[in-house]
Design a protein around this ligand. Structure first.
Ligand code: FAD
Length: 160
């Protein structure tokens, strides 16, 4: 049995669950995190305002997006591995190569597997105006499934 806020207990056969998503205590206590409990950063270079040479990447950061779907409703970049990777690369350019013109492009992609060795790739462009856009998805097929596997294999191999 599991109990949700205000609901339950509820029975289940198989429970897949994720604990509440929050920044680690050390980040919250550092004073870098603001109202949202995440660290707001410059969307171009991931610098933390008010702290010299401090950058935040990945899930602990909040990257504001320029566009909006509804007037006044601010958007932020989704938290995903692909964005953490791209953000890390930009910050590495800034720190290691002093490449101050290196800027996040706001683009990202993911593959969705649909079974039977079929997958589809989704490509998003999150700094687009007037709002983030997704490229029209291709028809799921085995080619994209193979591309997904190759992408993951390459990603892991590069980091071993
Ligand atoms: C169920 C699930 C499915 C997901 N699926 C996808 C997906 O399909 N595609 C995708 O792109 N993204 C996916 N994501 C999101 C992706 O996992 C995250 O966006 C990504 O891992 C963020 O990387 P990160 O390095 O910022 O943080 P993390 O991967 O969370 O790494 C942070 C690390 O810091 C460590 N840490 C924490 N506190 C301390 C401390 N005090 N001292 C030292 N170390 C500490 C943690 O143990 C952890 O290892 C998924 C997330 C979840 C939960």
């Amino acid at each position: 049995m599991v109990e949700f806020e205000g609901r339950g207990p509820v029975g289940y056969d198989l429970l897949l669950t994720i604990p509440p998503h929050s920044a680690p205590k050390v980040v919250v206590e550092s004073g870098l995190a603001k109202e949202s409990a995440w660290i707001p950063v410059d969307p171009g270079n991931l610098a933390v305002a008010g702290f010299e040479n401090v950058y935040a990447i990945g899930d602990v950061s909040t990257v504001p997006l320029p566009g909006e779907f509804k007037p006044g409703v601010k958007l932020v970049m989704p938290k995903a591995g692909i964005f953490a990777q791209y953000q890390g690369e930009i910050v590495a350019y800034h720190i290691a190569a002093n490449a101050t013109d290196a800027k996040l492009a706001g683009k990202g992609f993911c593959y969705i597997e649909l079974g039977d060795q079929h997958a589809v790739r989704g490509d998003g462009s999150f700094f687009d105006m007037p709002h983030p856009t997704m490229a029209p998805p291709a028809v799921p097929d085995r080619t994209q499934y193979e591309q997904k596997k190759a992408w993951i294999d390459g990603w892991i191999r590069e980091r071993l």
